[in-house]
Design a protein around this ligand. Structure first.
Ligand code: CU
Length: 390
């Protein structure tokens, strides 16, 4: 009998231990809320830890009292009903005041923390204008004249101020390791003579790394498919990235003196070495893709590419899209195959997406953009062209 109970206890304890061990085997959490890398993140994390310990103290006190009561007042053989009591002034006062003190102890640092993380940085901050759209993120560096989408490069060790605004409905910018969720609201009305009211988020990143995030305010069908990647790098790497994004990718535009042009222009001063080099380095599929992108379909209505004639602002800026790690706001790994898949049938990847596919149109703000009707040859070429822009 004793043995049976003991065995059961050991078995249960073993299962619990196994569960605890398995739960510790997870991968590194990419959207961890308890591994902050910014000053902002540390403020909320410290608060969290502080509250955790308050609750632990409460837990221990309550359990200790319960254990004491269970043992001290347990039913004993031959014992009648215990003496009945009604209220105890001292106890009543104590258990009203104690929680009040704990609440105050939590409220004061919380309010301090709220003000602390809202305060703009003292020095010059790097400003990034973040625009949430259904279902992707636009990142614009106004002082550097750089625009990109979904993957935000930021330097470590320097104050950063994100200016948040929505292009349509309410979104929420949330990269847990950087800090708490912050609403991304549309600017509906600007009072005369005043600046539009926008939410800001200020922080300094302390560690290099790639930090994942996502939209945290339900915004429509593909809300859960609206990812963010923040790439925190050294100041030098960041400056190099900016410079790259400010100049056109080598394959963005057609080479100026291609062999074909030389032939057409009657070979006026044909620079043979140049022509040969171009002929050797330019992948015909890339050249074909460029032709499709600019002449045979509607991509340029919605997409821009730095240094080219593509001016569109409805969709993500595709500058050096080949060097981004994902497409579709974190949905697919960025490979030529996946680019082709996306261009042919974006809705299969992301339901509700506002981009036309080969076989269906898209509607954006009441305007219909027809199906692209692209065939597989054109799609392969487009994918090669986009991938080539690194
Ligand atoms: Cu959303």
């Amino acid at each position: 009998m004793i043995n049976g109970t003991l065995l059961r206890w050991i078995k249960n304890a073993g299962v619990l231990l196994a569960v605890a061990m398995v739960s510790a085997c997870g991968e590194e959490y990419l959207q961890s809320t308890i591994d902050p890398v910014t000053d902002y993140g540390e403020v909320s994390h410290n608060l969290y830890v502080q509250i955790f310990w308050w609750t632990m103290i409460i837990l221990v006190v309550v359990w200790a009292l319960m254990a004491y009561i269970l043992i001290r007042f347990r039913e004993k053989p031959g014992q009648g009903k215990p003496k009945q009591i009604h209220g105890h002034m001292g106890l009543e006062i104590a258990w009203t005041i104690a929680p009040a003190i704990i609440v105050v102890a939590i409220v004061i640092p919380t309010i301090q923390g709220v003000f602390q993380v809202q305060r703009p940085p003292d020095g010059d901050a790097l400003v990034v204008e973040v625009t949430g759209k259904r279902y992707w993120w636009n990142f614009h560096f106004p002082e550097q004249g750089v625009t990109t989408a979904n993957e935000l490069h930021l330097p470590v060790g320097r104050p950063i101020s994100l200016r948040l605004e929505s292009g349509d409905v309410i979104h929420s910018f949330w990269v847990p390791q950087l800090g708490g969720k912050r609403d991304v609201n549309p600017v509906v009305a600007v009072p005369e003579g005043q600046e539009a009211k926008r939410n800001w988020m200020h922080f300094t990143i302390k560690e290099e790394g790639v930090f994942w995030g996502q939209c945290a305010e339900f915004c429509g069908e593909a809300h859960s498919l609206m990812g963010i990647r923040v790439i925190a790098e050294t100041e030098e790497e960041f400056q190099a990235w900016l410079t790259e994004w400010q100049t056109p990718a080598p394959t963005a535009n057609a080479p100026e003196t291609g062999p074909a042009e030389d032939a057409l222009s009657g070979g006026a001063e044909p620079d043979e070495a140049d022509a040969q080099e171009v002929a050797l380095t330019e992948d015909p599929l890339v050249a074909r893709g460029r032709e499709v992108f600019f002449r045979e379909t509607t991509c340029v209505l919605c997409h821009a590419i730095q240094g080219t004639a593509a001016p569109g602002i409805i969709g993500p800026n595709l500058t050096r899209i080949g060097s981004r790690s994902t497409i579709g706001a974190g949905m697919l790994e960025n490979t030529p195959e996946n680019l082709a898949r996306w261009i042919k049938d974006p809705i299969a990847v992301k339901p509700g997406v506002q981009m036309p596919g080969a076989d269906y149109p898209a509607s954006y703000e009441g305007i219909t953009y027809p199906a692209t009707n692209l065939n597989d040859e054109q799609i392969q070429a487009l994918a090669a062209y986009l991938s080539s822009m690194r």
